[in-house]
Design a protein around this ligand. Structure first.
Ligand code: RB5
Length: 146
């Protein structure tokens, strides 16, 4: 990956896990870009999903990582940006296939549904797996027009 910047964003429910994942991003040799939230005070997940979507769309980051309570709301928000392909993952197989087949550019994780060690394994799989291209590229291209 040419650009090693990985954007991260969460709401209050995902704040602690986001910090742990940001450390792992750095440990793996990437550059974390933390788009908030910056404490545990209650906030609205759409604001953070949308901002992370903009960061990926405008090239501030190559990939993004989202965390909210379930990972659902914040991924819905990010996916409203046409440049975003956010995948909510609960296991490493899904994370790997989201990269290989869907060229997912945003990973979403639920802090209330996924333990921190599993979340780190998921993030590792996501960051280390390339898009396979080939027949999958045709399908991913179609996503832009549906
Ligand atoms: C916040 O309580 C919670 O609703 C949010 O983190 C998320 O789970 C929404 O999808």
């Amino acid at each position: 990956m040419a650009d090693r910047t990985i954007a991260l964003a969460s709401d209050h429910a995902g704040y602690d896990l986001k910090l742990e994942l940001a450390c792992l991003v750095a440990d793996l040799g990437f550059e974390p870009l933390d788009l908030g939230t910056h404490d545990r005070e209650s906030v609205d997940y759409p604001d953070f999903g949308a901002e992370l979507g903009r960061a990926v769309a405008d090239g501030r980051a190559a990939l993004g990582v989202l965390v909210c309570g379930t990972g659902i709301g914040i991924s819905i928000a990010a996916n409203r940006n046409p440049a975003v392909r956010a995948a909510l993952c609960h296991d490493t197989t899904t994370a790997r296939l989201a990269r290989q087949h869907n060229d997912a550019n945003v990973l979403s994780i639920g802090a209330r549904t996924t333990g921190p060690e599993t979340a780190k394994d998921i993030l590792r799989a996501f960051l280390e797996t390339p898009f396979e291209g080939g027949r999958h590229a045709r399908r991913v291209d179609k996503l832009a027009t549906c």
